[in-house]
Design a protein around this ligand. Structure first.
Ligand code: ZN
Length: 147
């Protein structure tokens, strides 16, 4: 990633983050296992609309679930609050605000297609996966708020 993007300057601070954006992440897998253990059936990465591919969907309940990494999606507890510094500061700020906009847009798109949307922070899964499962269930039962 750092090599491909011409305008990014490689920094020691950013190196460990390279290439981590699109993989199936640990928390997502943890959540899948917990849902499966509860007998909930889901499908992965189904595109609901252009620009809207939740991490998983539960077709029977018409629930769409996004698992958001605390760093990339700017979680209020673990996301970066300090202004970006260094040669890439503006690029980082732009990237993070694009991520936020994309999240909001994909939530709206899924809702417009009639899906109940649950966005789950990475730390919710790692901290208390049962509570995260409960949120998915609640959305399936009609009591849904994205966060
Ligand atoms: Zn967090």
């Amino acid at each position: 990633m750092l090599q491909m993007a011409e305008h990014w300057v490689s920094t020691t601070a950013g190196r460990h983050l390279a290439g981590r954006v699109k993989e199936s992440t640990g928390p997502e897998v943890t959540l899948r296992r917990a849902l499966h253990a509860c007998g909930l059936r889901f499908r992965l990465h189904r595109t609901l609309a252009r620009g809207c591919t939740p991490d998983l969907v539960l077709p029977r309940y018409r629930v769409a679930v996004f698992v958001d990494g605390c760093f990339w999606h700017g979680c209020p507890e673990h996301g970066r609050r300090a202004p970006w510094t260094g040669p890439n500061s503006q690029l980082w700020a732009d990237k993070m605000s694009r991520n936020r906009e994309r999240d909001e847009r994909s939530t709206t798109l899924a809702q417009e297609c009639g899906w109940a949307v649950v966005r789950i922070w990475e730390h919710e899964v790692t901290g208390d996966v049962e509570a995260a499962v409960a949120r998915v269930r609640a959305a399936g039962a009609g009591g849904s708020t994205p966060r």
